[in-house]
Design a protein. Structure first.
Length: 142
């Protein structure tokens, strides 16, 4: 099973691309397609309006950073917080699976768990973080 160990960098790449792509899609939809409505929805849940702006831009910007593998750990932490608040304030009352037109928390939970893992594992060697730190080889580990 040693060959699977050598594929771990690709697993981290796939994780990053999935989390980053999903969050960029969700963030861009909010930022470019209805920022005012989103902030009003956030305000209607008892949170300050400014947190709506923060959430939308965290999803977009941190999603881009995770996708590229740049500042991956702090970006993943912010995404994890964002998704935790989304579960708590939006999806929790619908249950895990939800109902038609009332999404449950299974999707934000899955993406949040992937973001949580990236906090601890980092971007891996196929990332800008690795290049900027001076890494050059995929298998520096023994």
């Amino acid at each position: 099973m040693r060959y699977l160990d050598r594929l771990q960098p690709f697993a981290l790449l796939v994780m990053r691309l999935a989390v980053g792509g999903i969050m960029v899609a969700h963030g861009s939809h909010k930022v470019f397609g209805g920022l005012h409505q989103f902030t009003q929805m956030v305000s209607g849940m008892g949170l300050p309006v400014w947190l709506g702006y923060v959430a939308a831009f965290v999803e977009l910007i941190c999603g881009c950073l995770v996708f590229m593998g740049l500042f991956t750990r702090p970006a993943a932490l912010l995404l994890c917080i964002d998704l935790s608040v989304a579960i708590w304030k939006v999806h929790w009352h619908n249950g895990l699976m939800g109902a038609p037109n009332r999404p449950g928390y299974e999707f934000p939970l899955a993406v949040g768990v992937l973001a949580f893992a990236l906090i601890f594992f980092g971007a891996g060697p196929i990332a800008l973080d690795h290049v900027l730190r001076g890494g050059s080889s995929f298998s520096k580990r023994s």
